[in-house]
Design a protein around this ligand. Structure first.
Ligand code: PBG
Length: 328
């Protein structure tokens, strides 16, 4: 007989006693419909594995067909497209015409599966010879904000004409949403929404992506335009500016180390919030799993669940296909 016969009255473990009960009280539930798969398409050359991102490839237009077929069969309904052009220059000219690799890939995907939602990542860095997200003044190497807005305005219309369902500018260029919104509207694409990479941090975790998209800056770094990881109020400022410029959705990037930002964004704004689990987050879990240091599936599911629990309505993740397979 205990001294405290009614103690403890609350026993939280009671609700963990069976898988059914645990499932009943589960607060966050991920579905493949919440996930967006990033894909890379190159203009020239064969399909090529990305060594730092197991299971991911630079596709060409031919292999993209098979890939999209597989993605669709797996139940994934949204992709984020990155183009890798054969020709690069300071003004990203290869992304400014209808035969550019992104435009071609968008058209091909929309012809193949009109129901697949294609988000086009809009930035200069994949198309510029210097790997920065801004047009450069030469030879001073100053970043030219207004010239970059011209590029983004033109490229957004090219992508919309190709059939992109959503335009997602990722360069952290001041005024990018306003510029893109007005050029889309002037060209008759008033119904094409924008997803702004509004809170994009200058992160070490983009490392593998730069191999994937061939956009390593040829000098310097991105700290004069991407955000300082030390700041959170600044993220709120970026996001409210983008909403006032007309952004339909906002993104926080990276995801796993920025759960506080996702949570604040969720509370502060009513637009849908996306979070990007970036290449380094993916590569890190793969590397540990290859060493037998953690279980890949458990780690991936836990990290995605945490991102959703923090408040993300949708998650860009390189695990999207794995997730779909694990759940089937
Ligand atoms: C380009 C861009 C980057 C990523 C998405 N769009 C790289 C960067 O800003 O350096 C990173 C994605 C990832 O790491 O998975 N603006």
């Amino acid at each position: 007989m205990s001294f405290f016969p009614n103690y403890p009255i609350q026993r939280p473990t009671r609700l963990r006693n069976s898988p059914t009960l645990r499932s009943l009280v589960q607060e966050t539930r991920l579905s493949v419909h919440d996930l967006i798969l990033p894909i890379f398409v190159r203009e020239e050359g064969p399909k090529k594995a990305i060594s730092s991102m197991p299971g991911h490839f630079q596709h060409n237009l031919l292999s993209l067909k098979e890939e999209i077929h597989e993605i669709y069969q797996l139940g994934i309904r949204t992709v984020m497209l990155f183009g890798i052009p054969a020709h690069k220059d300071n003004h990203g000219t290869s992304n400014l015409h209808d035969e550019g690799i992104a435009a071609q890939a968008i058209r091909q995907i929309k012809n193949q599966f009109p129901g697949l939602c294609v988000i086009s990542d809009l930035c200069l860095c994949d198309y510029s010879d210097h790997g920065h997200c801004f047009v450069l003044d030469t030879p001073s190497q100053r970043f030219l904000n207004e010239d970059t807005l011209h590029y983004l305005s033109k490229a957004s219309v090219v992508h919309a004409r190709a059939g992109a369902d959503l335009i997602a500018p990722s360069g952290m260029v001041d005024g990018m949403i306003a510029a893109i919104r007005s050029s889309l509207d002037e060209s008759g694409y008033t119904q094409i929404p924008t997803l702004s990479y509004a809170a994009k941090y200058a992160s070490a975790f983009y490392g593998p992506f730069r191999e994937a998209a061939e956009c390593q800056p040829s000098f310097g770094n991105r700290r004069s335009y991407q955000m300082d990881p030390a700041n959170s109020r600044e993220a709120m400022k970026e996001m409210s500016l983008d909403i006032s410029e007309g952004a339909d959705m906002l993104m926080v990037k990276p995801a796993g180390l920025y759960l506080d930002i996702i949570q604040q964004a969720r509370k502060a704004f009513s637009v849908p919030i996306a979070a990007y689990q970036v290449s380094g987050e993916y590569a890190m879990m793969h590397a540990a799993a290859q060493n037998g240091w953690l279980d890949l599936k458990d780690a991936a599911l836990e990290s995605l669940t945490a991102i959703q629990r923090a408040g993300a309505d949708m998650i860009l993740t390189y695990f999207a296909k794995d997730f779909a397979r694990w759940n089937s």
